[in-house]
Design a protein around this ligand. Structure first.
Ligand SMILES: C[S@@+](CC[C@H](N)C(=O)[O-])C[C@H]1O[C@@H](n2cnc3c(N)ncnc32)[C@H](O)[C@@H]1O
Length: 252
């Protein structure tokens, strides 16, 4: 069972393989780029996730913020809206999806913060060392194999300035039943195939991983998109605001 294996420290053989687009990815990009209703849902969800972590309160004047796994771009744009008036910049990094046209238009007209979308992967970010004031990574890590997740965490600590912030949302099942329920929901929401793998960790397991990489928690948030019933396990989501320690014990 995957949950017991996730804290293994032996997962160091890192592949830099870029995820490949499928016909589903193209359909999702098209739907969320063109259909107004779909765009509205994603935009509201992004605004809600940014608000739940109270991100606006943490952003700095002239800051550089990187959104990893930007997908349709809605999160990157809401990060920019949270930084309104701060003279900040946002870079959305995404390996396969194109940002939705409506999200790009919103970035141009509803915020004064430039948002640039670049093609790239979280385990090889297109940024020099210690240049980012903050990194957001929402619902991305569980799509990445466990060994590569650790490479992404190392990359995040590489690009973050000492004291830089990390904003994270993840699906965080706590037992096998929840793992299975979360996977079913994930596949349904993301139009994934039935064989699409996921690599979840519980909220506490994520804290351990980040602590091992010199990233400490500032605050923790939580919600359930499906509460538990007698016949169904809960689908849990945990958010963290974290800080890269100035003296990084991982030596990165
Ligand atoms: C469920 S979507 C989340 C998109 C967006 N963050 C949001 O919450 O709306 C997961 C995204 O992670 C991206 N992704 C998968 N592997 C990645 C990697 N190694 N590096 C960066 N992004 C990755 C996928 O292409 C996809 O766009």
């Amino acid at each position: 069972m995957v949950l017991t294996a996730v804290t293994s420290k032996s997962d160091t053989a890192v592949s830099l393989t870029t995820p490949r687009p499928t016909w589903r990815t193209h359909v999702v990009s098209w739907v969320f780029g063109r259909v107004k209703y779909a765009d509205t849902i994603l935009n509201r969800r992004a605004a809600d996730l940014v608000k739940k972590l109270d991100i606006a309160k943490h952003l700095q004047r002239d800051g550089l913020y990187v959104d990893i796994g930007a997908g349709t771009g809605h999160i990157s744009v809401q990060m920019a809206r949270a930084a309104y008036g701060l003279g900040a910049r946002v870079i959305g990094v995404e390996p396969i999806m194109k940002p939705a046209k409506r999200a790009v238009a919103r970035a141009k007209h509803r915020t004064d913060v430039p948002v640039h979308f670049v093609k790239g992967i979280g385990n090889r970010l297109p940024l020099p060392d210690h240049t980012a004031d903050g990194v957001s990574i929402f619902f991305v890590l569980h799509h990445i194999p466990y060994d590569i997740q650790l490479a992404v965490v190392r990359e995040i600590t590489r690009v973050l300035k000492p004291g830089g912030l990390l904003f994270i949302w993840e699906d965080t099942p706590e037992n096998e039943r929840e793992y299975a329920a979360t996977e079913v929901r994930d596949r349904r929401l993301n139009f994934e195939s039935r064989s699409e793998p996921h690599y979840y960790r519980s909220g506490d397991q994520w804290l351990t991983v980040f602590a091992e990489h010199g990233v400490e928690m500032i605050s923790r948030s939580y919600f359930e998109s499906c509460p538990a019933t007698p016949s169904r396990a809960a689908v849990r989501h945990t958010g963290f605001v974290m800080r890269r320690q100035t003296n990084n014990p991982a030596g990165i």
